[in-house]
Design a protein around this ligand. Structure first.
Ligand SMILES: *Cc1c(COP(=O)(O)O)cnc(C)c1O
Length: 304
């Protein structure tokens, strides 16, 4: 077995566990945050087939993008170190010294950090920018922002086991770029509800983004994606925007951790859990349904 698949096999298995029962609906949680301390949660699934592809192409270097607090940057830096790639992280915005713990950790894994101003960052996928990057950094395997591409979907389709798909009527998960949801959809049954909670303000664009990722996946993997179940996009639980943490969200996180001993992160999983439990209160789910909350991680240990 290649070292990348072997690493995956050696991760602790995560099973879903019951969380609460209300109005005849049982809510479970699957804690991907417990899989690896730095390649946290969904990020491993998104990197997995990218790492395989990079090795297969003989790439020596990974290059990717992210914000200054990006879980994806941490995960990519660690994975590059584990599997013998050099890595370059292009960070949105200006350099701030001393480095924050996320960037400091990435650098300590050997990732070379460079900064892009916001307008260059917005245009990072333009062909001209890409040519410039190759001029500057030579050959590299490009992993897009958040890791979301066709290879990421291939990994994310394996986040839930066939047993879990057979058990749950609905799966709730947070969304950043939509790659994780798109991958999950590839494995969902027609009658299953997949509900994505946008962590960003104005998350309506995610519908088209998931469509785009599915189409890219279909081109690479030549599978039919027309017959996938429709999915539900919740855009109302962003709490003011991506990195915002108003008091209501903060106290929800504190209460949730106290009650269930499960830590949530403020960017993604707290908003999703809040939203899912709010939908439950509002009667969104039917009596007898089994609902799974996907804890996608977001709490990388970068201080030790
Ligand atoms: C990166 C991340 C997400 C977003 O996943 P997408 O595939 O970009 O939608 C969700 N939750 C956590 C904890 C993350 O770190």
């Amino acid at each position: 077995m290649n070292p990348i698949d072997a690493f995956f096999k050696a991760l602790p298995p995560i099973s879903s566990a019951p969380l609460l029962e209300e109005s005849g609906v049982s809510v479970w949680i699957k804690r991907l945050d417990q899989s690896h301390p730095q390649i946290s949660g969904n990020k491993w699934y998104k990197l997995w087939h990218n790492l395989r592809a990079a090795k297969a192409q003989g790439a020596q270097k990974l290059l990717t993008f992210g914000g200054a607090y990006s879980n994806h940057i941490v995960a990519t830096a660690k994975a590059a170190q584990l599997f013998g790639f050099a890595s370059v992280g292009l960070i949105r915005g200006e350099e701030h010294l001393p480095l924050n713990p996320v960037l400091h950790y990435a650098q300590s894994c050997g990732m070379e950090l460079h900064y892009m101003n916001r307008s260059a960052y917005r245009n990072k996928n333009a062909p001209e920018q890409l040519r410039q990057l190759h001029k500057r950094f030579g050959d590299f395997y490009l992993i897009p922002e958040g890791g979301s591409n066709a290879s990421a979907l291939e990994g994310c389709r394996q986040i839930l086991t066939p047993d879990e798909w057979a058990t749950f009527d609905a799966v709730c998960l947070p969304m950043g770029t939509g790659g994780t949801l798109a991958g999950l959809l590839l494995a969902a049954q027609q009658d299953q509800q997949v509900i994505g909670f946008s962590s960003l303000k104005g998350g309506g664009f995610l519908r088209a983004e998931v469509e785009r990722l599915l189409t890219a996946h279909q081109k690479v993997y030549q599978r039919e994606v027309q017959d996938l179940p429709t999915w539900h996009l919740e855009t109302a639980y962003h709490f003011g925007g991506f990195a915002k943490q108003p008091p209501a969200l903060k106290s929800f996180m504190t209460d949730f951790e106290r009650q269930y001993s499960i830590p949530l992160d403020r960017v993604y999983t707290a908003k999703m859990a809040f939203g899912a439990l709010d939908l439950l209160q509002k009667g969104f789910f039917e009596r007898g349904q089994r609902v799974l909350l996907l804890h996608t991680g977001g709490l990388p240990r970068v201080l030790d």
